[in-house]
Design a protein. Sequence first.
Lengths: 768, 172, 270
Amino acid sequence: MAVTSEDMSILGTRVLRSEDPRFLTTGGVYAEDVVDERLAGACHVFFVRSPIAHAKVAGIDTSEAAAAPGVLGVFTAADLADLPPIRPMLPSMNKAMTASVLATDTVRFVGEPVAIVVTEERYQGEDALELVDVDYDPLPAVVGFDAALADENLVFADAGTNTLCKFGDAGKFDEHLFGGCEVVVSRTIQNQRVAPAPMEVRSGAAVWGDDDRLTIWFSNQGAQGSRASLAGLMGLKPDQIRVITPDVGGAFGAKFGADPEYAAMAWVARRLGRPARWTETRYDNLMAMSHGRAQQQQVTIGGSRDGDIQAYRLEVVQDCGGYPRIAAFLPSMTLLMTTGTYDIARAESAATCVVTNTTPVGAYRGAGRPEATAAIERAVDLFAAEIGMDPAEVRRRNLLAPFSEPHQNGFGALYDSGDYVGALDKVLAAAGYDELRREQAQRRERGDVVQLGVGVSSYVEITGAGMEAGEPHENATVEVHPDGTATILTGTSPHGQGHATAWAMLASEKLGIDVDKITLKWGDTDLIPEGGGTGGSRSLQQGGAAVQQASEELIDLARQRAADALEANPDDLSFDVDNSGFAVAGVPDATISLAQLAEREQLLVRTVFTAPGATFPFGAHLAVVDVDTETGKVELRRMVTVDDAGFILNPLLAEGQRHGGIAQGAAQAFVEEVVYDDDGNPLTASLADYPFVSATELPSFELVDMATNTTYNPLGVKGIGEAGTIGATPAVQNAVVDALSHLGVRHVDMPTTPQRIYRALAHPEESK
Amino acid sequence: MKLELTVNGAARSDDVEPRLLLVHYLRDVLGLRAANVGCDTTSCGACTVLVDGASVKSCTMLAVQAAGRDVTTVEGLVPAGSPEGELHPVQRAFREQHGLQCGFCTPGMVMASVSLLAENPHPSEHQVREGLEGNFCRCTGYHNIVAAVLAAADALDSGGAHADPASQAVQA
Amino acid sequence: MIPAPFDYVRASSVDNALELLAGHDEDAKLLAGGHSLLPMMKVRLVMPSTLIDIGGLDELRGVTVDGDDLVIGGATPHAVVAASELVRSDAPLLAHSAGQVGDPQVRHRGTIGGSLAHADPAADLPMAVVALGATLELRGPDGARRVSADDFFTGYFETALQPGELLTAVRVPRRPGVTWGYQKFTRRANDWAVVGVAAIAGRVAMANMGAAPIRARAAEQALADGADAAAAAALAAEGTEPGSDMHADAEFRQHLARVLTRRALNGEVG
C-alpha cells in the first residue's frame, strides 16, 4: 500500500519550473533555432503572398525571380498539382469551399500563398520575392457580415452562396419565446476578430530520409494531430512522417494541425532533395496565420421587471474568413454553452458560418466559449439596465443554484459541478463592490470628467471536450531507470504551461523520486505516436491524470516484482515513498528500491486515462475601469477574478495561466482588434498597427481562490488555461458601459476604443 | 566588410554584409540564439540585448553599427567562469516569480529589465510597466514579469551577486 | 524583413559626412540612430544605395549652453536629451517629449536629428520643437544655415533639408520655470500620437492634425487677446483638416485637439 504523508505531499505546492534555467540562460530552442546534422545545408523557403483580397490569378511570371542570386527554384500551384485539395472538414459544409496549399486560379484573402521562392541563403529570399510577377484580375471583395449574407458577390463562385454551414436551426425558433415577458431587449453585438499573435511566428524545418520518410520540426501544439493534418495535406500515410516538436513560443489555439505552408516546405524539401527551412515574418503571421473570434451576435433577452430572466435567444453569424478552418465548427461550442451559468426557462440558439475575403479564422484561447459568455453577459447587463436593477443582483437572482451532481444545461452540455452564486459572492466581496458603487455615485454626483465603471461577469466553460471520437482520454508512459531517475512520455504538448514540472510532481508524489530526477518527453511522433496535444484546457485533467495513473500502475507492477525478488507475499509489502522502495513488514533488511527493480528488468508502464466526460470550470470576474468622458480613454484599474478549476496542482503555474488568460480577455474588450478596409486590405498587419496589449495597459491582477473539485479524475481538477480569457472580456466591456450608463449609454462594441466611446457619448440614442 | 566588436566579453572579428542585422549576426554568425525575432516593426522587444550596457532592439541595428562596442546577450549575463547554475539576480527573480511561460520573449525581457534597473534601481510598479512598454509578452499577462523586476530590484539593492555595476549608458 | 542591399561607410567627422553625401548619388542617406530609417528600410519603403553613418560622431552629440539657448547635437539620443539636467531645467518640455518617443530601447538609439529629419507628423519631437520655437542648424555644401522649426516641416514626412545637408544641432530657447503643458493621446503606451499637443509661452503646436506638426494659430491669438485656457482651446481645431484612420476620424481628432489643448494650456502633462 502506498504511504503518502498528506502534510508533505508535493501536490498543491508552488514548485518552481525545471524548464526555466535553460530558458533564462541559453534560451529556448524554437523551430528556427533547431540545429541538427540532418538539416545541414538547408535551403530557405519564402512565399509570395497575394496583396489583394479577391482576384483571379491571371498569370505568374517566375523567370526574373528564378534568375536572381541564390534562387534554387520558384514554384506555383501547377508544380504542386500532386497535392490533394483541402476540403472542408465536415460533411455538412459546402463542398465547393475548397482550399489548396498554393492558390490555384483564385486568391481569397490578402496574404494567401501564391508562389514559393527557395534560396540558398536567407537574406536572398526577400530580394527574390519582389521579382515574382503575379498578374491579378480583381474580383469584388466580400468583407463583413452583411456582404457575406447578402450573397451578391461570392467568395467561391461555384458554391452558390457564402454560407458554409449552419448549426442549430433558426427556422425552428419559437416566435412566442418571449411571450409573457414584461421586458424584452434585443441587440446586435460584435465579438470582433482578433489575432492570436503568439510571440513566436510559424516556423519549421523539413528533411526527407533515404527511407522516404519525412522528418519535420515545426511550431505546433500537438505533434500527433499535426502529423495527421500534414499527412492529409500531402497525401501521405501518417507513418511516413515524423513530427518533432521543438520549444514552442506560444500557440493559443492557432497552431493546431498543420498550416498549408508546412506542406509546401516539406514538398520543397522532397523536390530539391535537400532540407528546407521556413520562418515567416510577422506581417505574414498577422495576415495568414488564423485569426480568432469574428462573430456577430444577435442577443434577445426577456423577463419580468423584478429581475427574473425568462427567455433568451442567441443568433450567431461566424465569419470563417477565406477558407474553412477550425472556426467553421466553433459555433457549435458557442451554442453548447448558450445559457452559461443561468437558469433560464426558455432559450434557443443557432449559428450560420459564412466565408469572406479575409484571413481564415481558427481557434483562439477559449475557441467558441468566450463568445457564448460574452453574449449572455452583455445581454444580462442590457436587461439589468432596462429594468434599472444592479447587474450583480440580476445575476444572483438568475444563476443556477449550486450543484454537485451533473446538470444538463439543455444545449447538450452536462456540467459536472458548480457553485456560480458562490463565485459571484466571492468576487464581489474581494473587490469591495459596495465601496466601488459608492465611489461611482460620488463621481457621478460631482460630474467628474473621469467616471468609474464596474463590470461583472459570471461564466462556466467546457474543458477537456476532446474532438476525437470516443470519450476524452490521454496516454502516459512512466519508466524508472536503474540510476534512480525516471522518464515520463506524455501525449500532451506543453508550450509554456509547465508540464515538465507538473507531470514530474505527479509522478514524484507516487514514486518517491525527486522532481529534479524526472524528465518529461513529448512531441516526437516516433517516440509517442498517440496523443491529444495541448489545447482546450485538457492537459492536466487527462494528461496529468494519465501520468498519475501510470505511476500508480507502476507501483502495482513493481510490487509484484518486489514480492518475487524478496520472496514475500505482495500483501506483506509496503511502499515507502521516502525511500522510493518496498519493505517487508517486520523484516527490516528486506527492502528493494524501484531503481533496483529496474536493474533487474525494465520497469515501465504505459496507460491510458479515460475521462467520463468534459469538465466545467467556472468563475466570476469583476473589472474596474476609469473612463475619461472627454477623450474616451479607458484605464483598466483593477481585475478581480474567481476562477474555480477544482484542485490546484501547482498554484504558481495556475496563477500564470489565469494571468495570461485575463490579459488576453481584457485586451479583446478594450484594446485589440483586426481591422480590414472595405476592399479586404488588412490595416493591422504589423505589431505597430495591431494594438497588441502591452504591460502599460494592464494592472496587476487580484486572484481569489476557489476550488470545487470534479469527480471526473482522481485529482479533482478541471481545466484552467482558457478560463481567465472567458471571464475577463465581458467583465471589462460591461465595466466600460457601466461607466457611461448614467449618461444614457447602453452599449459599446468591443474593443471599447476612445473613438467608439466618443461616438456613444455624442450619440447615446444610437446605443439604445 | 570587417566588423570588430566585443560580445559577452569576448573580442570578435567577422566579415559581414552591411545589411546584416545585429540580431542575425548574434544568432546566425555567433550561434547566440537566445535573442529572438518576434516582429518586423521594432515593436516587440524579443531581440533586446545590451550595447554598452544600454538596452537596444538588435533587429533595428546593423551589425556594423556595433563596431567597437560591447554587446551583452542573456547568454553572457552571468560572467564566464561562474559556477554552473549561477543566475543573475534578474534571471533568478524571473524564475522565482514565474515570470516566463513559453520563454520566447524572455531573453529580451530579461535584458530590458537589467537595463531598466541599471537606470532606475528603485522603480515603482508603474515605472516597471512603462519601462517594459517595448517588450511584448503573450503568455504571462505581465503580472509576474512586473513582480520579477520588483523582486530583482530588492535583490540588487541588498547586494545580490553579479549585480551589474550601474553602467553609464546615458551621458549628457 | 531585411533591407535591400546597400553600401555602408562611416563618416569620420561632419565635414567628412558632407563630403561623402556630396560624393554619392541622391540615394545616399545619413544614418544616426537608425530608428526612423532602418524600420523603413526593413520593409523596403526606402532603399538607399549608401548609408553614411554619423551615429558615432562626438561633435554631433551633447547638450551645451549658448547664451539664451540650449544647443543639442543632432545625433544626441532621446534618452540623453530626456535625462540631461540642462534640458530638464531649462527646456523641460523637450526633455519630456524626448522621454515619450517609443520605448526605452528606441530612446537609447534614436536621435533628435534623425527624428526631426524624418518629420513624422504624429511624432513627439517635431511637435515639441515647433511649440518651443526652436531653431534647426543645418550644414551643407554651401555652408551652415538656420531654419526655424515653424519653417522646417514643409509637408508629409518632408522638411527644409536640401540634398547634401545635415541637421547638426537644435537650438532651444531657455525657459527655466516657465509653465508648459504636453498631451500625447495614444491607444497604447508606445504608439505614435492619435493627436498630440504641446504648449508653452503662448505657443501651441499639435501632432497628427495635418501633414506636418502645426500651430493652433486661432487658439494662440485668443490667448494673446487675453482669453483663458478653455476659451482659447475651443479654437484649437480651427482651420485644421486632420485625417481619418482606424484610430480616429477627423471629427474626433478635432474634438481631441480642443480637449488636449485645454489641458496642455493648463500645464497638464500626460
